[in-house]
Design a protein around this ligand. Structure first.
Ligand SMILES: Nc1nc2c(ncn2[C@@H]2O[C@H](COP(=O)(O)OP(=O)(O)O)[C@@H](O)[C@H]2O)c(=O)[nH]1
Ligand SMILES: Nc1ncnc2c1ncn2[C@@H]1O[C@H](COP(=O)(O)OP(=O)(O)O)[C@@H](O)[C@H]1O
Length: 388
């Protein structure tokens, strides 16, 4: 305890103005930001782990922070560069979709979590090249037709849209499959995962717990699809307040009588559950119309009319653009390189003779972030820059 991290000195030896390099035989980097030094990886294991230790100069001691978010898998070494509120970690990894990671140290999310948990907090997110279309949040009272509209949309555009599979503590209905319609889970397990920061949002609805895991949304986006979330009004409000930029649509029934008719005709709930859902519906509709959370309100009277309006909103009423090619979101890094930061750009110098060039990583348009993915990365081969 109390010993200053040795690699600060080694950075200076490397001549790195910002960031730190892998030293032979030492699989950790250090980055000093103000009074804190972040040590990523560990000297005792021969690979990059997601281990992070912080040396607090003011306290004069090492702190083990709470580490949140999507953690990187092990790799053989990495470089680290500090941007204004996060550290970019470039793994020495030949996998084209797995080399860029972000360790957030002072972003809004990290500051919120520090306040909530009362500890030092850092949060990982995986860097992804390019962007995906904004996710779509669909809310509305039980029985209004959300599930029906979503399944028609996914059937018509299977390669464009993907469903965010929520977690719930309610029992599965007859035809519902675990992992497809919901992740059916136990309350104690879900509560622990919520504590661990694995959920983007959660809410108690009709007496059960429901929630969207960060992973549920990111898996759809990683597949290059636009994510659809079917969540209640409280959940929509939480997503609105989160880092996730989405489109919010509220579905209204033509009347309460029609809503009751649909709910009863569906026949999936007991009488008691139907009455509870109808009691909650009135408040949900009022909130949906007045909360300022929703960008659009659609009335689901005639299903085909409502579906056409939904498609129009999502820009799919005419020609359908093909989904982005997943290969366009991947980029190979050389095996041997060094890095430095310059005005929102990270310059990657290739050391190997067969790749005598530089790569520029543009981080000026980052979107999202911990605890999921940081999107909007752009890698540019410097040879291309000369031509332009
Ligand atoms: N906040 C939140 N609400 C959810 C989630 N998943 C489902 N819901 C909402 O929970 C409510 C009940 O869903 P469900 O039990 O499937 O019944 P249904 O709406 O009658 O089909 C609906 O309003 C859903 O939109 C979630 O992950 N988070
Ligand atoms: N526009 C509509 N007109 C008549 N019935 C509808 C319409 N939309 C949906 N339904 C029916 O209403 C019931 C409830 O729809 P569902 O999609 O399960 O609602 P939610 O997911 O909002 O709870 C289902 O039996 C469905 O077939």
């Amino acid at each position: 305890m109390g010993e200053a991290p040795i690699l600060v000195h080694q950075d200076q030896q490397n001549g790195a103005s910002n960031g730190s390099e892998l030293k032979d035989g030492n699989f950790q980097t250090t980055t000093t930001i103000g009074d804190k030094t972040y040590v990523i990886g560990g000297a005792d294991n021969e690979t990059l782990s997601s281990d992070v230790r912080v040396f607090d100069k003011c306290l004069g001691e090492w702190v083990n922070p709470t580490v949140l978010g999507t953690k990187p898998l092990l790799c053989e070494g990495h470089s680290a560069v500090f941007l204004k509120d996060r550290i970019v970690v470039l793994k020495k990894n030949l996998k084209p979709d797995d080399h860029t990671w972000f360790l957030e140290v002072d972003t809004q999310y990290v500051r919120q979590q520090k306040k909530k948990l009362g500890t030092e907090v850092v949060a990982w997110s995986k860097g992804v090249i390019g962007n995906v279309e904004k996710p779509v949040v669909i809310s509305g009272p039980s029985g209004v037709g959300k599930g029906t509209l979503i399944s028609v949309l996914m059937k018509e555009f299977p390669s464009m849209f993907g469903f965010s599979v929520s977690h719930t503590t309610r029992a599965a209905r007859g035809k519902e499959k675990d992992g497809v319609h919901y992740h059916f889970t136990e309350k104690s397990i879900m509560e622990r995962e919520i504590q661990d920061g694995k959920f983007l949002e959660f809410a108690a609805v009709h007496g059960n717990l429901y929630g969207t895991s960060v992973e549920a949304v990111e898996m759809v986006s990683d597949a290059g699809k636009r994510c659809i979330l079917d969540i209640d009004v409280q959940g929509a409000r939480s997503v609105r307040a989160s880092y996730l930029e989405a489109i919010f649509i509220f579905i209204c029934p033509p009347s309460m009588e029609e809503l009751e008719k649909r709910l009863r005709k569906r026949g999936t709930e007991t009488e008691e559950q139907v009455l509870k859902r109808l009691r909650n519906a009135q408040a949900e509709i009022e909130q949906g119309k007045s909360s300022g959370v929703f960008d659009f309100i659609l009335y689901n009277d005639k299903l085909d009319v409502c579906y056409d309006s939904l498609k129009k909103l999502l820009g799919h009423d005419g020609y359908v653009t093909p989904p982005p090619n997943p290969a366009a979101r991947e980029f190979n890094l050389p095996t041997d390189y060094s890095v430095t930061e310059l005005n929102d750009k990270i310059i990657i110098y290739c050391n190997s003779s067969e790749l005598d060039n530089m790569i520029m990583l543009d981080v000026s348009s980052l979107k999202g972030g911990a605890p999921g993915r940081t999107r909007g990365l752009d890698f540019i081969q410097m040879e291309q820059l000369h031509i332009q």
